[in-house]
Design a protein around this ligand. Sequence first.
Ligand SMILES: Nc1ncnc2c1ncn2[C@@H]1O[C@H](COP(=O)(O)OP(=O)(O)OP(=O)(O)O)[C@@H](O)[C@H]1O
Ligand code: SF4
Ligand SMILES: [Mg+2]
Length: 378
Amino acid sequence: MSTAADDTRTATGEAGTAAGGAGTAAGDAQLLRVRDLQTYFSDRQGMIARLTRRKTGEVRAVDGVSFDVVRGETLGLVGESGSGKSTLARTVMGLVPATGGSALLDGRELIGLRPREWRPLRRRMQMIFQDPVSSLSPRFRVSFLLKEPYVINNVPAEKQSSVDELLTMVGLSSEQADKYPHELSGGQARRVSIARALALHPEVLFADEPTAGLDVSAAASILNLMRDLRDRLGLTYVLITHDLNVVGYFADRIAVMYVGQLVEIGLGDRILAHPRHPYTHALLSCAPVPDPHLNEGHLENVLGGEIPSPHDPPSGCRFHPRCAYADQRCTDEAPPLEDLGDGELVACHHWRRIDLAPPSAQPAAASAAPSPAVGPTV
Ligand SMILES: Nc1ncnc2c1ncn2[C@@H]1O[C@H](COP(=O)(O)OP(=O)(O)OP(=O)(O)O)[C@@H](O)[C@H]1O
Ligand code: SF4
Ligand SMILES: [Mg+2]
């Protein structure tokens, strides 16, 4: 259920733009500019509804999201499972149709483009998918999978990197070229996905859970690889992750997503040390649990209950049923994403008067790759 007050989020988001960009400091060169992006899925429930193709409602997976990405930075996108992170990335990448809003790459509108209009832009923006093995076709060898982007995009031979060059770039030996995806380890498959994404020399890389499912050392080596590639190739990353250690290690800025909307954006160091939004604070306050299986229920205990469905989000502030600071205003009125200046934005009526202690468990903003098994995983 959305309220009229929901609409204020957009208006204020645009006001934020005028004040220096949705989450970037004034004067920064925006490579990607997203405004009021919406992605709604129709929700056909039940046999009769499916047979009659009758719509029973909408799943507002992304519901009025605005942010900017500056050239060369890493923006970390965090939030619980189901908050809409992957859908947001897939919408900007043109893989899911947007319901409304705008996404500009260097001033060029991406929303509503036809597939052939996407072709030249695909070279500039690539995605590492959440599940690398299933994103690599099982019927083809690695050598073919690495060459495929060139075939699809009609890249002349002289502008192509060789399979060996691509494998070397991501730290794999040429022996891997003849393997099928199911013959690779999780870490190797992730490296092949990265090599495939880099084959076209993109400027922006959306990395969706790049370390999910990997053991500690494989995850650390993927992060080191990504960081090295960023520094060497000048890549811009949008890094989607459950793991706050990963953003702490990697991201310049962090955007926090909850039930299809952004609730806080800011510099990584500031957000990790002094979050302003109670939801961000709760994410960061989860005590470290070394066993990832134990973490699943742990966050629900800290926050109280599960994330609401985007099919029928709570009125007012969507976080109010789980927020210790909620009052009547929070139930009635959606808080706008308020621009605090210097690229800081927060959507909470009461952030000024809420005294949030530093989170009890903080991911380290370390200079070496973190251990993904240590620290909160949302
Ligand atoms: N094709 C679809 N049809 C209907 N609902 C969808 C579709 N894709 C995603 N959703 C819903 O949209 C919401 C957001 O999903 P999404 O996968 O973007 O979340 P996420 O933040 O990436 O979660 P996770 O961390 O588990 O990957 C979820 O409630 C999901 O069920
Ligand atoms: S607006 Fe109210 S419910 Fe929402 S985060 Fe702030 S205090 Fe909590
Ligand atoms: Mg996802």
